[in-house]
Design a protein around this ligand. Structure first.
Ligand code: HEM
Length: 178
């Protein structure tokens, strides 16, 4: 029985944690900037990173489906295990919904997303200014929701490490040898 995450699972976890931090920071920073060529460039970088993040979520879900994560320590109660599962599930749903809401928002605002300026992605809806503004609100609200969930996730990891003194945090750390 495996007692730790595989190296690809760990790499995806920490890479996407870093990307998410950058996407959130760039998103909140660029949203209120006055219109300028720099703002448009930041929007492009945000979208390219957001679409890449979306692709990585699918890769991560595929890897998780084909490489069982380690079982929770027996010291965790049934309720704690259910809460952990629900939290992870909710984070995956938001990690898919936020990029999709951004993509549809851009389509509704009449701005096609061209991945890295090379690959034009299909517009998912026709131009609709009102829908674009609603999705902008939704996009920001979902991002705040994910930030809150990640906060609980990190607090739980620290709780396991400092209070329960089990190996739940170490199992995801790069250091733990295969
Ligand atoms: C996990 C991925 C993503 C995260 C965490 C994220 C997060 C954010 C945040 C926090 C904002 C600022 C919201 C506000 O202050 O109202 C924002 C704005 C924006 N995002 Fe994203 N985003 C992601 C992916 C995407 C994608 C894939 C696209 C489009 C293809 C996109 C397009 C936009 C646009 C256009 C804005 C600016 C809205 C405006 O002010 O006009 N985002 N994003």
């Amino acid at each position: 029985m495996t007692t730790h995450y595989t190296t690809p699972a760990k790499a995806l976890h920490w890479l996407m944690a870093l990307m998410l931090g950058c996407l959130l920071a760039l998103g909140f920073y660029m949203a209120d900037l006055p219109l300028s060529p720099e703002k448009i460039q930041l929007f492009s970088w945000h979208k390219w990173a957001g679409v890449t993040f979306f692709a990585l979520v699918w890769l991560r879900l595929f890897w998780r489906a084909t490489h069982r994560p380690p079982a929770y320590p027996a010291s965790m109660t049934g309720l704690q295990q259910m809460a952990a599962h629900a939290g992870h599930f909710a984070m995956y749903v938001l990690m898919l919904a936020i990029p999709v809401s951004g993509w549809i928002m851009s389509s509704a605002k009449g701005v096609q997303t061209v991945w890295f300026g090379v690959l034009p992605l299909p517009d998912l809806v026709a131009r609709d200014k009102a829908l674009g503004n609603q999705l902008e609100e939704l996009h920001g609200a979902l991002a705040v929701g994910l930030m809150a969930l990640v906060g609980v996730h990190v607090a739980a990891a620290v709780y396991h490490y400092r209070v329960l003194k089990d190996d739940v945090l170490q199992r995801m750390m790069p250091s733990k040898a295969e």
